[in-house]
Design a protein around this ligand. Structure first.
Ligand code: PEP
Ligand code: MN
Length: 357
């Protein structure tokens, strides 16, 4: 976590950059009640959806413009800063009129570069802070591209929100955390603050603290959490919203970590262990290089005999055998499968490159 990334954003930061509030603004009373429960508790901004991008028509689609007035009123009453999701230029215009303190681009919108560009164009000439949620599919290019479009429009206070990715696999979460995506975003855009939205990842209130803690362990810069005074009667995302008390106690129990420690014992031991890892990585690469030498020889043999590059039966056997070996070494099936798929993909690419020469 690096609170200095928000230095010129002008938002209060206590423990970390923290956004909380209902999935949707539902009534003036609900917005105000939530704001009052969160005021003075170290919240950077109150969130509430005004225009709700529901996957299918017919469910609650947000209260529209009047919700902005409710948020504005809650800001006046409590001093909290306020932010909402924008999905098209007319939303941006309305938010600018109300002087919203911060905006975010939702996951469905980030998926569409036309929409993101239209939002960026509508924001030209302002410097409103904007947070960009990851696209619903695990496509890092779309996520980075959306941030770049906003930066190209002259916006300087930009952040990213990790809210998980759609998946057809059975899982405990509503959206797969797929941590390698935010980790890759952090590697490619280290200066962009990265916030986790555990509510949309989890889909269930009781899973939220685990994902929020994992985000802290992965050095996220803040959280956005859905908080509702009466979650079970919420008009959207009822199962994943926390009450203000649950939220505050969850944040209070999060353990924060730092990228470094100045304990000499830690530094010495880590450096020994890292030497071991560096040496093993170097051996791994040498071995992979040697493996590819053999692969190229096999490729030539196949080509000479008009034998196919892909050998489905052999590939089946390899996967089965390596997963079994891996399980004896405490390596997960998923990891071994992905590793072998990567190696196999490179082998095929090399054999084909030689064949097509
Ligand atoms: C939301 O924040 O309420 C929302 C709709 O989120 P997402 O864009 O992540 O689905
Ligand atoms: Mn929601």
């Amino acid at each position: 976590m690096d609170n200095s990334k928000f230095q010129d954003w002008g938002f209060p930061i206590d423990k970390m950059f923290l956004s909380a509030g209902p999935c949707s603004a539902e009534s003036q009373a609900q917005v105000l009640e939530t704001a009052q429960a969160l005021a003075g508790q170290g919240i950077s901004f109150l969130r509430a959806g005004i225009w709700k991008p529901r996957t299918r028509p017919g469910s609650f689609e947000g209260v529209g413009l009047k919700g902005l007035a409710w948020m504005d009123h809650a800001r006046t009453e409590t001093g909290l800063k306020i932010g909402t999701e924008v999905a098209e230029p007319s939303h941006v215009e309305a938010c600018l009129e109300f002087g919203m303190d911060i905006l975010w681009v939702g996951a469905r919108t980030t998926t569409n570069p036309f929409s993101v560009q239209a939002i960026a164009d509508a924001l030209k000439g302002t410097d409103v802070p904007v947070l960009v949620k990851n696209p619903i599919s695990a496509d890092i290019g779309l996520w980075i591209g959306a941030i770049e479009r906003l930066a190209n429009a002259g916006l300087t206070r930009l952040g990213a929100i990790h809210r998980g990715f759609s998946s057809t696999l059975e899982m405990r979460y509503r959206n797969a955390p797929n941590w390698k995506m935010p980790i890759e975003l952090k590697r490619r855009m280290p200066e962009i603050p990265l916030i986790c939205d555990p509510s949309h990842i989890c889909g269930k209130a009781d899973l939220i603290s685990g994902i929020a803690q994992e985000a802290m362990d992965l050095l996220f810069d803040g959280l956005m959490v859905e908080v509702h005074p009466d979650p079970s009667n919420a008009l959207s995302d009822a199962a994943q919203q926390l009450t203000p008390d649950q939220f505050l106690s969850m944040v209070g129990s999060l353990e924060l970590s730092h990228e470094q420690s100045d304990s000499p014992v830690f530094i010495n031991r880590m450096s020994e262990l890292r030497e071991g890892v560096d040496e093993l990585d170097s051996q791994l690469l040498d071995l992979l290089g040697q493996r590819m030498d053999i692969v190229r020889k096999m490729g030539k043999l196949k080509a000479d005999q008009h034998v196919s590059t892909l050998q489905p039966h052999r590939w089946q056997e390899i996967v089965r055998d390596r997963i079994k070996k891996g399980s004896g070494l405490d390596l997960s099936e998923d990891f071994v499968l992905q590793l072998m798929q990567s190696i196999h993909e490179e082998a095929i690419r090399q054999q084909e490159a030689n064949r097509l020469d």
